[in-house]
Design a protein around this ligand. Sequence first.
Ligand SMILES: NC(=O)c1ccc[n+]([C@@H]2O[C@H](COP(=O)([O-])OP(=O)(O)OC[C@H]3O[C@@H](n4cnc5c(N)ncnc54)[C@H](OP(=O)(O)O)[C@@H]3O)[C@@H](O)[C@H]2O)c1
Length: 277
Amino acid sequence: MSDIPTYTLNDGMVIPALGLGTWPMDDALAEQAVRGALGLGYRLVDTAANYGNETGVGRGIAGSGVPREDVVVTTKLPGRHHGYEETLASFEESRRRLGVEYVDLYLIHWPNPRVDKYVDSWRAMIKLREDGLVRSIGVSNFTPEHIRRLEKETGVLPSVNQIELHPLFPQPELRRFHADRGIVTESWSPLGQGSHLLDDPRIADLARTYGVSPGQVVLRWHVQLGALPVPKSADPERQRDNLDVFGFELDAEEMAAVGHHSSPRRLGGDPEVHEEF
Ligand SMILES: NC(=O)c1ccc[n+]([C@@H]2O[C@H](COP(=O)([O-])OP(=O)(O)OC[C@H]3O[C@@H](n4cnc5c(N)ncnc54)[C@H](OP(=O)(O)O)[C@@H]3O)[C@@H](O)[C@H]2O)c1
């Protein structure tokens, strides 16, 4: 692994504290972006069957010159494939598109509670891990209720929950729930999708103080929360910036200032009702 700090998951797997998001890149852009990012030192790549770019991600990894075993490849099960057999088949398709022998981190993309098959998928993921085809299994967009149900029905907790997390939607209760159970919080849309968040004057002030960009201040905030952000960038300069967040530290007051927004709001779907197929 490069010199990025790491987290140890509840199953013993060690993963970098920051990775590269790849939505909404197509295959060609993903190949180029992933190859470039690995060259800069990224060692975790986040994709999903539903991003339609697993082939490009796989080619980017293969063409990077970085040994396969040094890269944490994450992909996700789509909602249309929930169910035990469906999950095993969907995984095989993802693995083929990625062109890998095994996937490092496999996540259920959304719980789709109305369909109510995520526990069956979880049992299949446990089997994939037992068979050595997946190193670590986790979830995405799960609420405490969904995670408690996985634990009650299978006895196996996810290693990570990848959730919407950024200063406009800081999710303190869910992060505490994860911390109490040794589940690592992965942050999706960590930069608030590059929105007006990065123009916030408090963040701009801190960027000036530390001689970094607003994006770096926000990513540093994630790291100091103990979360694992997966910022997406296809731009080599921004990819470099986004990785370079381990050389400065925000104090408690600055952390609070970055995370303090009067009315938290989501940019994406609410897992209780959002359906992703
Ligand atoms: N599990 C889920 O349900 C879920 C949902 C959404 C996303 N995700 C994952 O999370 C990843 C990240 O989320 P996201 O793509 O929605 O949002 P994001 O990473 O918060 O923001 C990405 C946007 O910010 C720009 N950007 C990147 N670095 C920047 C910087 N340093 N300064 C200014 N702008 C910057 C990017 O443009 P450039 O490319 O031009 O740099 C892009 O437009 C996705 O790619 C995906 O892998 C997961």
